[in-house]
Each structure stands twice: as structure tokens, then as C-alpha cells.
Design a binder for this molecule. Structure first.
Ligand SMILES: Cc1cc2nc3c(=O)[nH]c(=O)nc-3n(C[C@H](O)[C@H](O)[C@H](O)COP(=O)(O)O)c2cc1C
Length: 358
């Protein structure tokens, strides 16, 4: 049963480094509609994001900060002027519609294939492949390949690439940058026991994530820098022994830097939100990942109990461009459809009706 009064999702949020008109954020979602050859965002993406400008904050789909970080066909980049120009059209449209948008920087590391990298080998902390499952390429699904272990200088280049992409993001008009440290991609590979068996300085599994955050914060300001993590997530062969200890160290190192926010995806058995909230003095964005889309009641409970300051909805924002208005009106929600999730055109992308459209 719903409590009476306004939903906490609709209350404004005034954090140390973030001011939002409501607490219903849109979680980052890859939709694979950029031009595949160039990584430049396409016109339809402008429509999609502008439709969702009522979100307290939009976090963009994952964007590659380095050519070796591309996660699939149609995934956009932020490495050259044409990509920056494409994103500028999107940020302008979102701002014109009254919204705010952060760019998610997403380097996939070993979760990749030479087909996506012009024939080059994927890179990772260690030369250990994802052992099962398939990666989606333009030629269909392919098995993962063994990545090349990054040299110390390549690690430095990857860190600098995040900083450069963050500068590009600001140049493109984004309000800030969320670094993707979640779900088994490059930062999470460095954080894990299974993908990082290095014996050099980066045997310290927390180090790369901290270095990337520090470099991005130095490039664009800590108040425009955010990090997303998904402690104890086991997708993509990730094993984290003792996630509490590892993430305490990460969070304690970053707390006090004055970041825009920390985004915690609750997705494993370790109660990440409950355990990390007391250690984080800044803004905390929460998400839940499970088989069913995170729902309104769960989000309201998270806000009411103080587990997070802002809740990020993925699939519900995919299917409901006007989610905050629907919450305000207590209106029924569109259910996400199977078609058009990754790639394609308008169908399943910009054709979800808003209330105003009936
Ligand atoms: C189509 C789709 C694409 C996604 N792409 C990303 C991504 O690029 N980066 C990321 O951090 N999470 C990504 N996610 C995860 C979501 O941000 C979110 O954590 C997850 O969907 C759980 O939230 P929900 O139950 O509200 O959908 C994606 C999820 C979906 C459904």
C-alpha cells in the first residue's frame, strides 16, 4: 500500500555537489544506435534523450573513452570532435527540455572482440578470457577471446583516456561524467580476484579505479565526477572475495574528494547499499538489479530509509519517457517490450507513449 502524500521520488534534491528537481534518475542504458563506423551519436538519440528530460538526472548510455573500450556495434564514443559535436546536439536538446545529463564513460576491457576493435586484441588487467557466453558483434554472437594484459604504460594511457573523454564530455555540454566501475567491465576487472592476477602495482585491486576517478576529477572537477559500482556482481566471470573489505577501502579512499555522487547498484548477496551508505558522506544514487525492473515501491523504500538520496530506474525509464509525471499522477506504467532494446530504429526506442500523448 502506498503512503499518502507526495512520493519521495518527486522531492527536489540539494546535495553538496548536485541539485536535482526530483530524485527519479534515469540509469545508464546501452541502446546501440550510434553510427557504428564512427561512434557518432545519431539524430534519433537526440529525440530519445530529450523525451526523458523530466528525469531528475539522465545518465547516458555507456560511451567508450578509448578506441579499445568499445562494447558493441552502435556504441557511441567521446574521443573525437565529430562525436563531441553529436553529443552536443543531445545535451542541448536535454537542457532545452529542462533536463540534466551526465555521460557514462564505459571501457569494456576484456568484454570485447577484435571484430569490434578493427582487428586489435582486447585489453584487460590480465590475459584471462571470459570463459562462457558470447559477445554481440556486427557478424553475430562470437566467443570471447583471450585479452592481452595491459602494460603499465597502457594502464596510464587508459587512465588518461578517461580524463580526455571527460574533458570532451564537458565540451559537449554534459553536466558531468559517471565512470562505469560496475558489471564486470574494465574497472570492475581490476577490482576483481578473477580478472586481475597482476603482480605489479595494480595487484592492488582498488588502485586503477581510484586513479581513474582522480584523473577525471582533476580534468573536470570532482563536483562533476561520479563513479558507478556493483559490488559482488558476478556477471562476466567476476569473483570478488570479501567485497565488504574491498569496497570499504575504495569508498573510504574516495569519500571526502567531493564527488558529484557515488552510484551503487545492489546486485549481489553483499548488501552494498546498506553497508556503504554510512561510509559515504556525499550524494548516493541507488539502483537495484534483478530479473524484474526496479519498481516504484522499492525506490520509495530506498529513499525513505535513507539508503540512497536518489534512485536510478533503468527499464522503467526505457519504457516510460515521462516516468516522474506518471509517478505524480499515480498513472499506470508502460511495460518494456522485447523489441528494439539494442540497435534498430524508432521501434522500441522513441515510440513509448507519454501520458500527454494518451
Ligand atoms: C538495455 C539495458 C542497457 C544497459 N546498459 C548499461 C550501461 O551502458 N551501463 C551501465 O552501467 N548499466 C547498464 N544497464 C544496467 C542498468 O543501468 C540498471 O542497473 C539495470 O537495468 C537495473 O535497473 P532496472 O531494474 O531499473 O532496469 C543496462 C540495462 C539495460 C536494461
Amino acid at each position: 500500500m502506498r503512503t499518502t502524500g507526495q512520493s519521495p521520488l518527486l522531492e527536489p534534491y540539494h546535495g553538496p555537489a548536485l541539485r536535482l528537481p526530483n530524485r527519479a534518475a534515469m540509469a545508464p542504458m546501452t541502446r546501440s544506435r550510434a553510427d557504428d563506423a564512427t561512434g557518432v551519436p545519431t539524430a534519433i538519440m537526440t529525440r530519445y534523450y530529450a523525451q526523458r528530460a523530466a528525469a531528475g538526472l539522465i545518465v547516458s548510455e555507456g560511451i567508450w573513452p578509448h578506441r579499445l573500450g568499445k562494447g558493441g556495434p552502435g556504441v557511441p564514443g567521446l574521443t573525437d570532435p565529430a562525436q563531441v559535436e553529436g553529443w552536443r546536439r543531445i545535451t542541448r536538446a536535454v537542457h532545452a527540455a529542462g533536463g540534466r545529463i551526465f555521460a557514462q564513460l564505459w571501457h569494456v576491457g576484456r568484454v570485447c572482440h577484435p571484430d569490434l576493435l578493427g582487428g586489435e586484441e582486447p585489453v584487460a588487467p590480465s590475459a584471462i578470457a571470459v570463459s562462457h557466453g558470447f559477445i554481440h558483434t556486427a557478424a553475430g554472437p562470437k566467443e570471447y577471446v583471450r585479452p592481452r594484459a595491459m602494460s603499465a604504460s597502457e594502464i596510464g594511457q587508459a587512465i588518461e583516456a578517461h580524463a580526455a573523454a571527460a574533458r570532451n564530455a564537458v565540451d559537449a555540454g554534459f553536466d558531468g561524467v559517471e565512470i562505469n566501475g560496475a558489471y564486470g567491465y574494465l574497472l570492475a576487472q581490476f577490482l576483481s580476484d578473477s580478472a586481475n592476477v597482476r603482480t605489479d602495482a595494480h595487484a592492488d585491486r582498488v588502485r586503477f579505479a581510484v586513479e581513474v576517478v582522480e584523473a577525471v576529477a582533476a580534468a573536470i572537477g570532482a563536483d562533476r565526477t561520479a563513479l558507478r559500482i556493483s559490488p559482488d556482481n558476478r556477471l562476466l566471470d567476476i569473483v570478488e572475495t570479501d567485497p565488504a573489505r574491498r569496497y570499504h577501502r575504495l569508498v573510504d579512499t574516495l569519500d571526502g574528494m567531493g564527488l558529484a555522487y557515488l552510484h551503487v547498484v545492489q546486485s549481489g548477496e553483499y548488501p552494498a547499499l546498506a553497508d556503504l551508505r554510512p561510509r559515504w558522506r556525499g550524494t548516493l544514487v541507488g539502483s537495484y538489479d534483478g530479473p524484474e525492473p526496479g519498481g516504484r515501491e522499492q525506490a520509495e523504500r530506498v529513499l525513505r530509509t535513507g539508503l540512497a538520496d536518489v534512485y536510478a530506474f533503468g527499464r522503467l525509464f526505457l519504457a516510460n519517457p515521462d516516468l516522474p509525471q506518471r509517478i505524480a499522477a499515480d498513472a499506470a506504467l508502460n511495460a518494456p517490450r522485447e523489441t528494439g532494446i539494442y540497435g534498430g530504429g524508432a521501434e522500441g526506442y522513441v515510440d513509448y507513449p507519454s501520458l500527454a500523448a494518451g
